[in-house]
Design a binder for this molecule. Structure first.
Ligand code: C5P
Length: 237
């Protein structure tokens, strides 16, 4: 798999809305890599994944599993049969849980989707970590520590802010993947994201995959916005 790409976050509430959006890309030579999250998956079930795969898209199924190792292992085996290209767990589930996830995901022939872990959600502040989770370490240190645990468990990388991608690569190596939401065009609307950067800057800092939602899905011309993202991030037309 090409380990540098733009992933469009398909944060739609129904299959109908999703396919209306995807139809815009029907004549595109480059089929966008798509992220399907909880809202769409829980609304439409596994069939939406199969249908989108049939259309030739790669899929990051963003369900952020976090449960006892045995349960996560069995759930991952189901996702593996769905033939998604990337899925994820919470690193907070422990190294043992992440190892179980990897085992469940690996098919009999040894192949498997990419598996990454969420470190700390960008919605979690250092203050809340201290007060509610009793984690006293600075948030950056926690992120690097969780990334190291993720690597130790044998996973492929983490979800983090593009601004943290360099730090994670520094701790876990250049080959360890960073999948980064929080991307905006320099002249675009930030909306509710706080720590944002542009596709070009994300490339410079070392993001491997950028996850872009509203700058593409809410654009007047989503295909043009996608092409602009690809051009800025991959440096190709
Ligand atoms: O529309 P926007 O570009 O902000 O979408 C970003 C996507 O990445 C959304 O699907 C959001 O849920 C997801 N995400 C995020 N921050 C995280 C983890 C996931 O924005 N820390």
């Amino acid at each position: 798999m090409n380990n540098k790409d733009v992933i469009i976050a398909c944060d739609f509430k129904s299959a109908e809305e999703t396919f209306r959006f995807l139809d815009l890309f029907r004549d595109e030579a480059r089929k966008p890599f798509l992220k399907i999250g909880m809202e769409l998956f829980y609304a439409e079930g596994p069939e939406i994944v199969r249908e989108i795969k049939r259309r030739g898209h790669r899929i990051f199924l963003d369900l952020k599993l976090h449960d006892i190792p045995n349960t996560v292992k069995k759930a991952m085996a189901v996702l593996s049969r769905l033939d998604v290209d990337m899925c994820n767990v919470h690193a907070a589930g422990t190294v043992e849980m992440m190892k179980a996830a990897l085992e469940g995901l690996t098919r009999e022939d040894g192949t498997r989707p990419l598996l990454i872990a969420v470190t700390q959600l960008t919605s979690t502040s250092e203050e809340r970590m201290r007060r509610e989770l009793l984690i006293d370490a600075p948030i950056d240190e926690t992120i690097v520590h969780y990334a190291r645990n993720t690597k130790e468990a044998g996973l492929d990388g983490v979800v983090c802010s593009p601004l943290e991608a360099g730090m994670v690569h520094g701790a876990c190596g250049a080959e360890f993947l960073t999948v980064t939401p929080g991307v905006r065009f320099a002249d675009g609307d930030v909306a509710d994201q706080v720590r944002v950067t542009t596709p070009a800057r994300a490339r410079e800092i070392g993001s491997d995959f950028i996850v872009v939602g509203r700058p593409i899905t809410a654009a007047a011309d989503p295909v043009a916005a996608y092409r602009r993202c690809v051009a800025e991030f991959l440096g190709v037309e």
